[in-house]
Design a protein around this ligand. Structure first.
Ligand SMILES: *Cc1c(COP(=O)(O)O)cnc(C)c1O
Length: 365
């Protein structure tokens, strides 16, 4: 007989290689437990978690460069964002905000075909057209193709900063120039990449003029508990557009798509960013990048084709039979749409686990 749900244990992360979830930071785990019954969707009742949400948005504003962009004038940073249930809700809300603010008969979102499938959900839920344009040979948005897809119906341009399949970062300054010229807002989806990018040398967040909204997930590389996502906006009007039914309510938490929300996610995002921003995240970026480079070399040394990693995510060719065989051995590995295996070097992925994986590969080939 199965033990009761309360006695079951979650599976270990030892062999989880393709997930963007990871072990929460210990402080994040403790904070999540303490606040799991608090509802940030009701800030007038749950004032402590509402206060923590302001802190969480403040932390994400620093990570994404928004705090610098809007200036340290002490204005309520909550007006610029809120904690979502994850990248999917953030992306849906970014599209929704753009749709509310555009004056177009048939609003359209223009996105590279590397954009996350949550934009397909957004398009479906919000009844907007999703125009996906081909990426270049390296898997990044092709600025000319995006330009060609713009017309009077364009409500939003999407850029990806750390694509889910290859970890690619789009040419965000060029897309931002284009967006400003065309008068269309630019949304940057950094759901996964957002906690690496401050250290990678890319131009990606609110430091780039023309970037209007950003998605960043504390529950991925940020090491908060699930669910903790983030949506941030340069202009509070982008958040106000989400609260059209209650214009007299000031707090951005009321712009959320969901009603009752996870206090665990919010509190753990504060605890994780308190513990890790910036030095801990920098150290993790460096560790993961070195490990990804080492792993890519090991794979090349075995004659496998590897997509050069830009952020710590390694996609590589693996014959189908080998892929199935390593999964049989318990490795949780997934594939890109084109069929490569992909290893996301998350905080729980270590040199030891990747060495054990390579040993299994050698054994099977
Ligand atoms: C993971 C991811 C998402 C979706 O986020 P969820 O938290 O799973 O809803 C969106 N965009 C990108 C680039 C992602 O990597």
């Amino acid at each position: 007989m199965q033990p009761s749900a309360a006695e079951r244990r979650p599976q270990s992360f030892d062999r989880v290689l393709s997930s963007m979830c990871t072990e929460p930071h210990p402080a994040a785990r403790r904070a999540a437990e303490r606040f799991l019954a608090s509802n940030p969707g009701d800030p007038a009742t749950y004032e402590t978690i509402a206060e923590l949400e302001r802190e969480a948005v403040g932390a994400l504003a620093e990570v994404t460069g928004l705090a610098d962009a809007v200036g340290g004038d002490g204005s309520d940073v909550t007006a610029h964002g809120y904690l979502t249930s994850g990248g999917t809700e953030s992306n849906i809300q970014a599209v929704r905000s753009a749709r509310e603010r555009v004056d177009a008969a048939d609003p359209a979102v223009v996105a590279p075909d590397s954009a996350h499938f949550s934009f397909h959900k957004a398009a479906s839920v919000l009844d907007v057209e999703l125009r996906t344009v081909p990426t270049d040979a390296d898997g990044r948005a092709d600025v000319d193709a995006v330009t060609a897809a713009l017309d009077a119906d364009a409500a939003l341009i999407v850029a990806v900063a750390g694509s889910t399949e290859y970890g690619r970062v789009d040419p965000i300054p060029a897309l931002a120039d284009l967006a400003v010229d065309a008068g269309v807002p630019l949304h940057v989806d950094a759901a996964w990449g957002g906690f690496h990018l401050p250290f990678s040398g890319h131009d990606w967040g609110f430091a780039v003029d023309g970037v209007e909204t950003v998605t960043i997930d504390p529950h991925k590389v940020g090491r908060a508990a699930v669910p903790a996502g983030g949506l941030l906006a340069r202009d509070p009007a982008a958040l106000d557009a989400l609260t059209v039914d209650t214009p007299y309510l000031e707090t951005a938490s009321q712009a959320s798509l969901t009603g009752t929300r996870s206090g665990a996610g919010v509190a753990s995002a504060v605890a994780a960013t308190d513990a890790l921003w910036p030095d801990g995240y920098r150290a993790e970026y460096e560790r993961a990048s070195d490990l990804a480079a080492w792993f890519a070399d090991e794979l090349r040394g075995r004659g496998l084709g590897v997509v050069d990693p830009e952020l710590p995510l390694v996609a590589f060719d693996l014959p189908r039979a080998t892929f199935e065989a390593v999964r049989e051995r318990g490795w949780r590995l997934s594939r890109t749409g084109a069929g490569e295996a992909r290893v996301v070097v998350m905080p729980h992925v270590s040199r030891e686990s990747l060495s054990a994986f390579l040993a299994d590969l050698d054994d099977l080939r």
